[in-house]
Design a protein around this ligand. Sequence first.
Ligand code: PAF
Length: 280
Amino acid sequence: VQIVRNSEEFARVRSGLEGTVALVPTMGALHAGHMALMSQAKRRADNVVASIFVNPKQFAPNEDLSRYPRQEVQDIAMLAEAGCDVVWLPSVADIYPDAFSTKVSVSGVSDRWEGEARPGHFDGVATVVAKLLLWARAHVALFGEKDFQQLAVIRRMVADLGIPVEIIGVPTVRDADGLALSSRNVYLSAAERRQATALPRMLDEARRAILAGQPATSALEETKQKLITCGFRQIDYFALVDSATLEPLNEPRDGARLIAAATIGSSRLIDNMPLVVESR
Ligand code: PAF
């Protein structure tokens, strides 16, 4: 695996890659979810570039930028093991040199849910992802469905700006007890970790209730209440939405998705599930 840190070196290495390139953008602290992105990337392109960049622009001032888990040596070893060709670790100055003034803002799909809870977050994501995609001249880029709204924002941005890349969403990888893997799960205490499994359980319960014919509003309200009983102290949203626009839905329809964000202890967890699980 080639390890590349600065932009000139990356440009040189990128020019030397023959055939198609898949990009796996990450913020490091890699886990099996990222490895699922890697294995899809390997199947879809001749070369795989994985980037590790903890993007300051997508963290609000009150968020965990300084304590975000960092484990570069382990990440590089995992990527090498997964058959990555190039690990790209740009610096903040590479991505945002002095006088950097551009912001990519995707209205509509960014507005609600995470956009409301984390103002500016999706501008930071869209700006860095646009830059990484253009710089890597990627043919394919892979993102986890765990951050479902992020995936929808990136799809919208790529379509709107005509960036010539295929965006692939990869299903969420879960622990055996159902909890979605996330780099931030390390913040959970053992007790919170156990209680956290209520989030995927309640999404699944709401899913089954809606499919069985219960009106979505009452199914969502009931499962929300159960989440509180299970130990979650705040629920930012628990909703049925259209997967492309993220607009809320009152009734099930094709492509509907359940999305949720809730806080346990001091950790805010997000998760989502398709209303109808498609066979892949
Ligand atoms: O999902 C992430 O890890 C980040 O939001 C991403 C897409 C790498 C952009 O910084």
